[in-house]
Design a protein around this ligand. Structure first.
Ligand SMILES: [Zn+2]
Length: 475
């Protein structure tokens, strides 16, 4: 009881100093800019439809300006011209960005370490020795031509949350740890959330990585070595963390959907992350000359793929739930000539749901249909491979309660919501109580250069994260 009273009064103190540090730094200099200008997105006439006539917001403080500058600075470590960001695993720019993050972690006063694949950890020791840490973090890799906020807000925002706590004189009981995860995006080796997946433990993943190569046929291990990570398959197996290694994990992220902005809300408290599955399918037929082979004599692998793509949509809609979604994002035909009947087709299917059984039911239907198509069209179904079939993750009640408490204390509007995109949190949930904090992003845009979150919204997210971390670290 005494301990509880103590933590409540510590939190109150923290709140007072939080408000103080924010209001004390307020300056009157109100800057009016269009969102596109601020985000660095070109405001030429072609994009004028995106421009607001007047979107004024005040630049709250030097702190906020410097946060915006740091986000901008990180976005320049990119293989595509601004405002687009391209940062691929173990590339030169990825390496520079890693150094940038380690530098900030050191400036913030965290002790920095890195694991075999380059997950970077910055730790602030707690007052009580031996307790598992409360962790937060996200990723900074970016798919080709994406934006500068996805993931970045959860890494730089986490470091700013630590700054906020330090400035307010807070002392955590449990250690606080900021994690920058390696390769959340699947761009280079086709595996998403590589760093957090390894922490959550997967022998199958280690075996996949032994054979993994990128589009240039560079193996995962060679790519890692060229970036300074000289690791062996054994090192990967050793990365696995035991359940309970962290007391909690919280990730701050842009929503990547339009709901918060549409509803005018500041914070999304994520209660569950949808379960993704991806499938590779290949059909093979005899091909032939587009003029010489008559229609009754064909077994067209391209049409088989087209039929399956439409069946994916049908089976997803049959689920009857708005939460079931399916996408055929890749459809390739071989040999890919206008006058040649496709002899091979390759399609990749992404199916997600917050209900694992319902999603798996759709996958089963798609599989049956693929078999039927191959029989009806006399093509060979040479591959139907489920690449991954991750279960959904539920946020932990104690973390949800802490996020809700913090949001209410800060007088910010909020709603409970589901994350339809998946994140490192999906895997951290396997070893730790998990929660996610969403902030609005412009029109829900993500994975493209127009992606934008206002510094005001980022700042709200940082404050909620700071208070949530503080609360969890005292529990
Ligand atoms: Zn992300």
């Amino acid at each position: 009881m005494a301990a509880k009273l103590l933590s409540t009064s510590l939190l109150t103190l923290l709140l007072i100093s939080l408000f103080y540090s924010i209001s004390a730094a307020t300056n009157e200099d109100t800057t009016t800019k269009t969102m596109e200008e601020f985000s660095g997105y070109p405001t030429d006439s072609h994009h004028s439809i995106l421009s607001f006539s007047l979107n004024s917001f005040s630049v709250e403080s030097e702190k906020l300006q410097s946060q915006a500058r740091v986000i901008d600075e990180l976005s320049t470590l990119s293989d595509s011209p601004a405002p687009a960001v391209t940062r691929i695993l173990y590339s030169e720019k990825d390496n520079l960005a890693r150094r940038f993050i380690k530098g900030i972690m050191e400036q913030v006063g965290l002790s920095v370490r890195e694991d075999a694949v380059g997950n970077i950890y910055g730790r602030w020791d707690g007052s009580e020795k031996g307790l598992p840490a409360v962790a937060t973090g996200s990723h900074i890799d970016a798919i080709p031509f994406s934006g500068k906020y996805d993931g970045v807000v959860g890494v730089l925002g986490a470091l700013e949350a630590i700054n906020v706590l330090r400035r307010s004189g807070f002392q955590p009981k449990r250690p606080l740890e900021v994690i920058m995860f390696t390769s959340e995006e699947p761009t280079r080796f086709g595996i998403s959330c590589l760093g957090s997946r390894l922490l959550a433990g997967s022998e199958a993943l280690v075996n996949t990585l032994k054979l993994a190569a990128d589009a240039q046929n560079i193996s995962f291990f060679d790519a890692a070595k060229s970036a300074g990570y000289n690791l062996s398959p054994d090192d990967l197996s050793k990365m696995v963390l035991a359940e309970g290694s962290y007391a909690a994990f919280v990730e701050l992220h842009i929503e990547q959907g339009p709901l918060l902005e549409e509803e005018g809300l500041s914070i999304g408290i994520v209660t569950a992350i949808a379960a993704p599955a991806s499938i590779k399918v290949e059909f093979e037929g005899n091909g032939g000359h587009a003029g010489a082979v008559l229609m009754p004599n064909r077994n067209d692998a391209g049409l088989a793929a087209a039929e399956l793509a439409l069946a994916v949509e049908r089976h997803v809609l049959e689920s009857g739930s708005i939460d079931t979604v399916g996408t055929v994002g890749i459809l390739e035909l071989h040999p890919g000539a206008i006058n040649s009947i496709p002899s091979k087709s390759h399609i990749e299917i992404d199916i997600r749901d917050i209900d694992e059984n319902r999603r798996n039911g759709v996958i089963e239907k798609v599989h049956k249909t693929a078999i039927n198509i191959s029989q009806n069209r006399q093509v060979k179904l040479s591959e139907f491979k489920i690449i991954n079939q991750d279960p959904p993750a539920l946020s932990d009640k104690s973390v949800i309660d802490s996020m809700k408490f913090s949001t209410e204390q800060l007088n910010l509007s909020h709603k409970f919501m589901i994350s339809r995109a998946y994140h490192d949190s999906l895997f951290m949930a396997r070893i730790s109580p998990m929660g996610m904090i969403f902030i609005p992003c412009y029109k829900g845009y993500s994975h493209k250069p127009e992606e934008y979150a206002s510094i005001e919204d980022i700042s709200n997210g940082v404050k909620v994260l700071a208070l949530t971390l503080a609360k969890l670290s005292l529990e």
